[in-house]
Design a protein around this ligand. Structure first.
Ligand code: HEC
Ligand code: HEC
Length: 204
């Protein structure tokens, strides 16, 4: 089935209602600063004026939404994965609580994320290629778990960012094996996608 076909099929009979997101416990910015060093982030993100492989620390720490930051973290996971593998460093595990602290340190606040646009989120599910590996309402790939069954991992945003982070190494391996392009997110695409995945659309 062509992606457009999958999209219209998902829409048929689905009542799209944004699910209220569970509140995120406030993170601790001081602990987040320690984690930023401990999880290898500070190797590439240095204070401005100091050379580093990634954008300067000051550019990372700016007011932003929490799902917005999750999208930024998703984008750079493949490059970071490759760099760490080359340096023979393990992929750092980040728990949901630690992610909340990192978010606080980077000035990411769930209240800055807009309400999700569920229609755009549905298009993102297809456009970002998730269904090449995952099923949703029994449509799509069989490489990863069904996305409708994963709802508990999508909110609050620190939980999703931590899930996504743990997902990276296995997904990267599957993507390389299958020649699937690693998707990138911008603007509010992540909040829309997650809003759609959390909505009633996946109910059997
Ligand atoms: C191996 C080097 C490397 C490491 C380690 C690394 N990053 Fe990055 N990071 C980059 C590069 C390069 C970019 C920009 C390119 C891109 O987005 O693909 C980036 C981009 C980002 C951005 C988006 C910046 C923007 O303005 O959009 C954020 C946020 C970020 N990194 C956070 C982190 C955090 C948090 C960690 C630790 C868990 C981390 N990075 C570890 C290299 C790294
Ligand atoms: C190249 C294949 C591939 C693509 C593309 C892909 N995934 Fe996955 N994903 C996987 C695999 C493989 C697993 C299961 C890993 C395992 O079994 O441990 C997985 C697991 C997951 C999980 C469960 C993670 C956990 O730890 O419980 C979620 C949630 C998820 N993916 C979301 C997504 C979303 C959202 C997209 C699109 C933006 C996406 N995936 C794109 C391969 C992929």
């Amino acid at each position: 089935m062509r992606p457009a076909g999958i999209a219209s099929c998902l829409l048929a009979g689905a009542l799209l209602v944004a699910a209220p997101a569970p509140a995120q416990a406030p993170g601790d910015a001081a602990r987040g600063r320690g984690l930023f060093a401990g999880k290898h982030c500070a190797r590439c993100h240095r204070p401005s004026g100091q050379p580093g492989a990634g954008p300067a620390l000051g550019q990372l720490r700016r007011p932003q939404g929490a799902y917005e930051l999750a999208g930024r973290l998703w984008n750079h996971a493949p490059a970071m994965f490759t760099a760490l593998t080359q340096e023979r460093l393990d992929w750092p595990t980040i728990s949901a609580a630690e992610m909340g602290d990192l978010m606080a340190y980077l000035h990411a606040d769930p209240r800055r994320d807009p309400a999700p646009d569920l229609g755009k989120g549905q298009l993102a599910l297809v456009g970002k290629g998730c269904l090449k590996c995952h099923s949703f309402r029994r449509e799509g790939g069989r490489v990863g778990p069904d996305l409708a069954a994963q709802r508990a991992s999508y909110a609050p945003p620190a939980t999703w960012a931590a899930t996504m982070w743990g997902h990276t190494p296995r997904m990267a391996a599957a993507a390389i094996q299958r020649g699937v392009l690693y998707p990138r997110f911008s603007g509010h695409e992540m909040v829309n996608l997650i809003g759609f995945l959390r909505s009633g659309a996946g109910a059997p």
